[in-house]
Design a protein around this ligand. Structure first.
Ligand SMILES: Nc1ncnc2c1ncn2[C@@H]1O[C@H](COP(=O)(O)OP(=O)(O)OP(=O)(O)O)[C@@H](O)[C@H]1O
Ligand SMILES: [Mg+2]
Length: 258
């Protein structure tokens, strides 16, 4: 479905933020993308969504190269944009319509899909934002914004979901819903998170981008979660000090629900 080879990306001000990253993702595969802050996860998802283009290396989708030139061709661009959906890390970067309704309807209208109203209502209800449909998105809470963005992505029924920290603003019930939804869905997914407890529920395979911007792990998630050294080295876990009963202890932490 997705083949990335030797991807490099550099921002002028920053230098290389991806330094030779490559992997394949099969149809229906659920992959979790891990890495410390600034390692390049969001940049990688934007490349996979065809919003940024690698400075070196190649990316192909269903066997076809995804390049600026390819996306100038109407048929390919239309199919690719419809089939590959990206949920941005920052909901404010996605929301630009005057109402929640229009926000969710935007994609279906853009692609001329049938049953726009039905799609909007279904996804708004599924994500629990149906009572907000008439409101401007910028009045919503952080979690509501994230749900509206997710509803907008799902309303066009993409085959590939690229979700950049989708649960960062969500409460436990909504997070649980998303985990179940992804598990039951046949869609190919790539999800980033800093929550290691959640990572194991979001997919079976993980790739880790190191602080050197290279791929430092690609494989099943279970063994990685047991490898404390690897987690510390990738800055996915840290050690800090606590006091218990007046005694100082050093603990390892993933800083999520454990
Ligand atoms: N538009 C941009 N212009 C310049 N530098 C950028 C731009 N976007 C990102 N960067 C830089 O590229 C690096 C990688 O950013 P990216 O957002 O891909 O990291 P990330 O792994 O998603 O981090 P986080 O866990 O904080 O979301 C960071 O150092 C960031 O400051
Ligand atoms: Mg990011």
């Amino acid at each position: 479905m997705i083949e990335a080879r030797d991807l490099h990306y550099r921002y002028e001000e920053e230098g290389d933020v991806l330094d030779g990253v490559g992997f394949r993702i099969e149809p229906g595969e659920k992959m979790v993308l891990l890495g410390a802050n600034s390692s390049g996860k969001s940049t990688l998802l934007k490349i996979l969504a065809g919003l940024l283009f690698p400075s070196r290396g190649s990316y192909s989708y269903k066997g076809k190269p995804v390049t600026r030139g390819a996306l100038r061709k109407r048929d390919f661009a239309r199919a690719f944009r419809r089939e590959v959906g990206l949920l941005f890390q920052n909901p404010d970067a996605m929301l630009f319509q005057s109402t929640v309704y229009d926000e969710i309807a935007f994609g279906p209208r853009q692609f001329g899909l049938e049953g726009v109203e039905e799609r909007v209502r279904r996804w708004a209800e599924t994500l629990g934002v149906e009572r907000r449909l008439g409101r401007p998105p910028f009045h919503l809470s952080g979690g509501e914004k994230q749900k509206v963005c997710l509803a907008a992505v799902l309303a066009v029924d993409p085959e590939v979901l690229l979700l950049d920290e989708p649960t960062s603003h969500m409460d436990p019930r909504s997070t649980g819903w998303l985990v179940d939804f992804l598990r039951e869905s046949g869609r190919t997914t790539v999800v980033t998170t800093h929550n290691l407890s959640l990572a194991a529920e979001l997919g079976d395979r993980t790739i880790v981008i190191g602080e050197n911007h290279r791929l430092i792990y690609d494989g099943p998630i279970g063994p990685l979660l047991e490898d404390r050294e690897a987690l510390l080295a990738a800055n996915l876990m840290h050690a800090h000090k606590h006091e218990h009963d007046g005694l100082e202890h050093k603990h390892f932490h993933t800083h999520d629900w454990d």
